[in-house]
Write a protein that binds this ligand. Sequence first.
Ligand code: IMP
Ligand code: MG
Length: 178
Amino acid sequence: MSLPPVKVLFDENRIAARNRELASEISAAAPENLLVIAVLKGSFVFAADLIRALHASGQTPEMEFLHLSSYRDATVSSGQVDILRDVQSEVRGRDVLLVDDILESGRTLAFAKDLLAARGARRVLVCVLLEKPGKRAVQIDADFIGFECPDYFVVGYGMDVAHAFRQLPFIGVVEQLD
Ligand code: IMP
Ligand code: MG
């Protein structure tokens, strides 16, 4: 299958360097009994790199996954968040680091944050690879942000459009073919 070309926005080296910085920032927050929860699917590549950067900065996180869906196949948010797969571990009393790919309207992360707080997490910290400023529909801020993202639909490094491009090692923008 032939796919349209993707223009690089953040390359591999830049992402790796930023991940090391993020791990230091997270370590500076002195997390206790740290449970990293990756919001699937878009954050799986970022989360995999981030926990190894956390290891390099002396952390001993456990890893969980929360599969939420608010997007389906469209590039426009539906506004509704569904739990497709829940975390298996106890979160009560623990420091949780929620990891997601993009903070846009904020609905996905606000939902996840409320859910984990309601289950008794000691702290719910939020780390996003990208933030799209000026797009928030609900009030939520990330504690750790990889990069400010221009208002494009981005793909790669785990992120998709209609299931394509997750395998790209960089973050990019699909080029228009017209
Ligand atoms: P929010 O609930 O509007 O903040 O939705 C954020 C989620 O929408 C992200 O976790 C992504 O899964 C998806 N998303 C938003 N913008 C993009 C994009 O540019 N590319 C790929 N996925 C996106
Ligand atoms: Mg997502």
